[in-house]
Design a protein around this ligand. Structure first.
Ligand code: TMP
Length: 235
């Protein structure tokens, strides 16, 4: 993509957003990888295009199941065209098994399956380190209207079923994941990315990770694992 003439609207830790038209943006997936709110940082050649490919794959799958997403069409290896909108400053985290910060918070070992999926929220704010926030506070601070938050919850759980079922056929489990949503003309849509940077994917039998925990926990070559994930889902 020739980004020279495009206006950079926003640069995050793993993506850049360029203005394209009044209603469209180009999302460019960088090779940068970070963990612990940017404390650990590297550039891993090829990561951007892998995450773009996986995100496009899941967005296509979700659109077919009537989940509105920001994905419009592919641009090149590292970028796609997406709907412009206001990003709701919340991270929605859905958990099926104990892992990551949940284990730390409650002193639990990883890999315990929850009776029902758990839905958590964080306030999107790097300076504050994305603090957890509950529904009550979200509504009391008027961050979003109740009916829209309910829509977000419904979509988030529906996404859980769709992706979990797909992965199970590949003998993989969706342990947990983070979603972000946008809004345009009062319509909610799934934004951001769905990739091994923002999800935990494990082998169902061995609990081997195919996600960013490889990098967070220095467990080997992240790109090799992401490529193995691509093979496992036949991409
Ligand atoms: P956590 O266990 O660290 O709270 O992470 C839960 C899920 O959310 C996991 O799949 C990784 C994802 N995640 C992000 O995508 N971005 C983040 O900044 C964090 C902290 C987690």
């Amino acid at each position: 993509m020739n980004a020279k003439n495009l206006k950079l609207l926003y640069e995050g830790k793993a993506k850049k957003i360029f203005e394209f038209t009044e209603n469209e943006v180009i999302i460019f997936f960088k090779d940068d990888v970070t963990a612990f709110n940017g404390l650990k940082k590297d550039s891993l050649s090829g990561k951007g295009k892998i995450n773009k490919k996986i995100s496009k794959f899941f967005f296509d799958m979700l659109e077919k199941e009537n989940i509105p997403t920001h994905f419009i069409k592919d641009i090149d290896e590292n970028s796609f065209l997406a709907k412009k909108g206001k990003i709701i400053p919340l991270e929605v985290i859905v958990r099926n098994y104990t892992a990551g910060s949940f284990c730390k918070r409650y002193g639990l070992k990883k890999g315990i399956k929850f009776k029902n999926p758990i839905l958590e929220y964080s306030l999107k704010n790097d300076e504050l380190g994305d603090p957890m926030i509950c529904k009550n506070i979200i509504l009391s601070l008027n961050l979003i209207e109740n009916n829209l938050l309910e829509k977000i919850e419904n979509y988030s759980l529906k996404i859980n079923n769709i992706i979990s079922n797909f992965l199970l056929e590949k003998n993989l489990i969706l342990v947990d994941y983070k979603l972000e949503f946008g809004i345009n003309n009062n319509e909610i849509f799934l934004a951001d990315e769905i990739s091994p940077d923002t999800c935990r994917f494990w082998d169902k039998n061995t609990m081997e990770s195919f996600d960013k925990d490889i990098y967070r926990e220095n467990k080997g070559n992240l790109i090799d694992k992401y490529k193995e994930f691509l093979r496992r889902i036949n991409l």
